[in-house]
Write a protein that binds this ligand. Sequence first.
Ligand code: ZN
Length: 258
Amino acid sequence: MASPYADTRYEVAVGSHMLVDFGLAIGVRASLGHVSVRVPGEPDKFVVKGRGYRLDTLARMRAEDTVVCNLEGEVVDSPPNIVPCFEVKIHSCIFKARPDVMAVVHVHPKFATVMSVIGKPIRSMVNEGNRLVMDPIPVYPKQKIITTDEEGTEVARLLGQGKVELLRGHGAVTAGKNMEEAVTDMIHLEHHAEMNYYACVMAGMDHDYVSREQVLEFSNSSGSQYDLPHFKQAIAKAGMPQYGGVWQAWFEDAAAKV
Ligand SMILES: [Zn+2]
């Protein structure tokens, strides 16, 4: 009989490779960071990267290497000699506090982590992910890895009902309604932090940025292209587009390595 966790394990392995593809877990950070996904139909369990592999990098993750945990961060199912990742409490405490969250990502992104230390708010600079940063992002003030239940609970409490959190001098956390949202938000967060770095270099710490009002104006206007006359004409002639996003391409590129 197939394992009830097989599909989720596969998804987590693909998500791990996606973080590598985007440079979020490479070089000195090759073994640092993890995607977790809640097991569908079993909300008290989730799948995450483990620790104890001979070759311990996200780029080496396979579905069968992942670990199934409960909401206390205890192992439900794992390969021999493999324990949960050191910071499993980030995941278990957020899943426990947020029944709406189905996936969590934690990595040590270069630019976002620099911003967390110098206290520079990450401002809206480009369209991609602009809603994510239009309000201040909470920063967990301690510079340490999150290992205890108390620390995990603090991280979850600071996240509140939000989607993103920075950990001072350490990294970032995103929480989403599925892996697509959590991974994409992390990619967008780091993209924005990099744009903020360039803005600081070119225009100083008080550089201009896209206002909250402009972000909302943009997001309210996007998505309605197909109501425009020239698109109505195109759809009448060619039919409605069947595919919409880049996520599937990212997923397939990463899945080819799992
Ligand atoms: Zn970490």
